[in-house]
Design a protein around this ligand. Structure first.
Ligand SMILES: Nc1ncnc2c1ncn2[C@@H]1O[C@H](COP(=O)(O)OP(=O)(O)O)[C@@H](O)[C@H]1O
Ligand SMILES: [Mg+2]
Length: 270
């Protein structure tokens, strides 16, 4: 069953000006419930725009976004937070630095309404938060009263992941969420991400520049180039791809070409 459908999407920035940029002309994508997709593509290929479209940060100039059989095109960004969560590249974006871990979690559960804090946190919630924090295996369960701003980038990103998935969401959006971390921390957060996705069975869409992660994690791989899908590989096909193959394709797409339509589109997944 499809969780998400992008139908005949067109995105044009600064339409009818000298700076007009057509990012997507007639873009279509279907994401099945439970899929974990890694999305790669060179800079400017449209990855972030795609995530923004899905998350409601931008509205397409044409086409529709259908989520769980419901047309959500034009729905406000904050209305999306009830069924999707997003972790950004910058660890500072997913949490509030001046609040404690406990306050951040309580606020996340109330989806940004401050009544979550005013009501107070009973023992049951506290135990629940501790259990969830324990699963991160970073010792954060002992730091409930610590201000989030004093945590390391990796700890903050782990917390951002937890915050996103604290309430039952249907789609987890990961926007290069390990790119700002050192290699070892990046590895830890990636493994943690995979664990959370599997445990919760949440559908996930992960943009990454790390080609190894793109191949190692998830069960479908997409490559975008100039607003078009140039690779759509299912799990079995992804298993046969190597980092070297992807690097090769990147370098081919980087070369100047008269028109993208001349490219052989590798459409593997069905
Ligand atoms: N708000 C915007 N206004 C104008 N152009 C934009 C805007 N956002 C993105 N673009 C352009 O759209 C194209 C795709 O950008 P983006 O989705 O950020 O690519 P990626 O994330 O793959 O690097 C780029 O050419 C970029 O300059
Ligand atoms: Mg981007």
């Amino acid at each position: 069953m499809n969780l998400l459908q992008l139908i005949n999407i067109e995105v044009v920035f600064e339409q009818n000006t000298n700076n007009e940029t057509v990012v997507f002309a007639d873009f279509n994508l279907e994401i099945k419930k439970g899929q974990f997709i890694s999305l790669v593509g060179s800079n400017g290929s449209g990855k972030t725009t795609l995530l923004n479209l899905i998350a409601g940060n931008i509205i397409p100039t044409k086409g529709s976004v259908v989520f769980a059989q419901r047309d959500i095109t034009g729905l406000k960004e904050h209305q999306h937070s009830h069924f999707m969560g997003r972790v950004f590249q910058d660890p500072a974006l997913g949490t509030s630095p001046s609040m404690t871990i406990l306050e951040n979690l309580a606020l996340a559960e109330a989806k940004g309404h401050s009544f979550g804090l005013q009501r107070g946190i009973n023992k049951k919630r506290l135990d629940y938060y501790k259990t969830r924090l324990e699963q991160l295996q970073l010792g954060l369960e002992n730091k409930l009263q610590v201000q989030v701003g004093s945590l390391s980038s990796g700890q903050r990103q782990a917390l951002a992941l937890l915050i996103c998935t604290l309430t039952p969401i249907k789609l987890l959006i990961l926007d290069e969420h390990t790119a700002a971390l050192d290699p070892k921390t990046s590895e830890t957060i990636m493994e943690l991400t995979d664990k959370i996705i599997k445990k919760q069975g949440v559908t996930a869409l992960m943009v990454t520049h790390n080609l190894r992660y793109a191949l190692e994690y998830g069960d479908r791989l997409l490559m975008l180039d100039k607003g078009k899908t140039v690779i759509d590989a299912n799990n079995a096909e992804k298993d046969k791809l190597r980092v070297q193959d992807l690097v090769q394709m990147f370098s081919e797409f980087m070369e100047e070409r008269p028109a993208i339509s001349n490219l052989k589109v590798i459409h593997l997944a069905t």
